[in-house]
Design a protein around this ligand. Structure first.
Ligand code: ACO
Length: 376
């Protein structure tokens, strides 16, 4: 008789796909999208270039890129009835739920015959990448009682998002930093939300359903939701003073509390995205002035290395992203939606890959209940 299959909590280390989208070497802290190191992508590319490369496998030629950018710009605006969906949601609700609702509704506004239709797949992917920033910015304005701002086709993806959010065009440095932050968050292999997108997609559900379910998965505090909690956690360090950090961290660790923004299932070295983001924080503060939170954050990184570095716990991408976004005037509860705006390219790259050689996901279970019982 065959051995009983082993139960692996969290499917840790169990391969769920053969993939050429993203390579991570957790021990060395390396991250590559389709074989290109994240540091080079952050330095040399725009989000649009990276999204194209993730979705379609190779970088676009100049002509292909122009056409892709133009199509994204055309697809940015929202149908007024999708805006109506947002207007009917409770303004105190979390923006991730508003985003899930709007994306799920897109499946009704843009129905396709079948996800096996390649053009339906491609167009749905372009629409989703184009429209997510508009949904997030529109929701933020609607909940404050303002009208959404129409997207501008003459601005890049990142600059246009900040424009729709704040009502004014961002300066060049801020737009560039937003663009890099989107690149850094665009993809990260088989994490919970990507797995969710692939599982939903494997049923041949449409791409809007796959992305809506991935957004729901990203929202949790152990995944994308951690970035919101980092800032509020840092604010609990007494007097926001670096000299109080060590004691604060020791107390938390003694109580076995998790310190948000640290640790990663895959990285056992510093997350390379945190290193790039830390550099961006430096540039932002040089231009716009520093804040005490940065001193506290760098001190916490130093102390955590001494306290738990031996366990492979280092800063992850969420540790510095919140500090960057706050400096850009992005409200804390939009940090995770901004993550989704970026990650949608990765989810869709995985979905397209899944559909190329699809088999519906259907894992097994280990039965631990009673059997053959009689109804009383
Ligand atoms: N603070 C303190 N201790 C930690 C932390 C942390 N952030 N993360 C892990 N540890 C400790 C655990 O207490 C455990 O210690 P023990 O062996 O003495 O019991 C050990 O490290 C292993 O921890 P696990 O939770 O089993 O590690 P796992 O790989 O399952 O979890 C996770 C990874 C969920 C990211 C975890 O590190 C965590 O909860 N971090 C805080 C939340 C966070 O920042 N999430 C964002 C991740 S990045 C992203 O999703 C984009």
């Amino acid at each position: 008789m065959a051995d009983k299959p082993e139960y692996v909590p969290g499917l840790a280390g169990v391969p769920a796909a053969r993939s050429s989208v993203c390579l991570i070497n957790g021990a060395e802290g390396k991250l590559q999208y389709r074989g290109y190191p994240i540091e080079q992508l952050a330095e040399k590319c725009t989000y649009e270039q990276v999204a194209y490369m993730l979705l379609f496998g190779e970088f676009a030629t100049d002509d292909e890129l122009k056409a892709f950018e133009a199509e994204l710009a055309r697809e940015r605006s929202l149908k007024f009835r999708i805006i109506d969906v947002l207007k009917n949601l409770p303004e105190r609700g979390h923006p991730m739920d508003a985003l899930t609702a709007a994306v799920a509704s897109m499946g009704m506004f843009y129905p396709g015959d079948h996800v096996e239709d390649l053009e339906f797949r491609r167009l749905s992917a372009v629409r989703l990448v184009a429209k997510l920033p508009t949904v997030v910015a529109a929701w933020h304005r609607i909940r404050q009682g303002d009208n959404p701002i129409e997207p501008r086709a003459d601005l890049g993806h990142a600059a246009n998002f900040l424009y729709m959010l704040h009502g004014e065009e961002p300066d060049e440095l801020t737009a560039k930093i937003m663009d890099v932050a989107l690149i850094l968050h665009a993809e990260h292999s088989m994490n919970a939300s990507t797995f969710t997108a692939r599982v939903t997609g494997s049923t041949l559900a449409d791409p809007y359903a796959a992305v809506a379910s991935a957004i729901g998965s990203l929202a949790g505090p152990l995944h994308g939701g951690a970035n919101e909690r980092v800032l509020s956690l840092l604010e609990t360090i007494p007097d926001s003073k670096p000299e109080n950090v060590r004691r604060w961290a020791e107390d938390k660790l003694a109580r076995k509390e998790k310190i948000m923004g640290f640790g990663h299932r895959v990285y056992k070295a510093k997350d390379p995205r945190a290193t790039v983001l830390q550099g961006l924080v430096g540039q932002l503060f040089e231009k716009f002035g520093s804040s005490p939170i940065y001193g506290v954050a760098t001190e916490l990184e130093k102390q955590m290395e001494q306290l738990v570095g031996h366990k492979g716990i280092y800063p992850n991408v969420d540790f510095y992203s919140g500090i960057v976004y706050e400096k850009m005037g992005i409200p804390i509860d939009l940090f995770t939606p901004v993550f989704a705006i970026a990650r949608v390219a990765g989810w869709l790259a995985h979905l397209l890959e899944q559909l190329q050689d699809n088999r519906i996901f259907r894992p097994s279970q280990i039965w631990v209940g009673e059997a053959d019982r009689t109804v009383p």
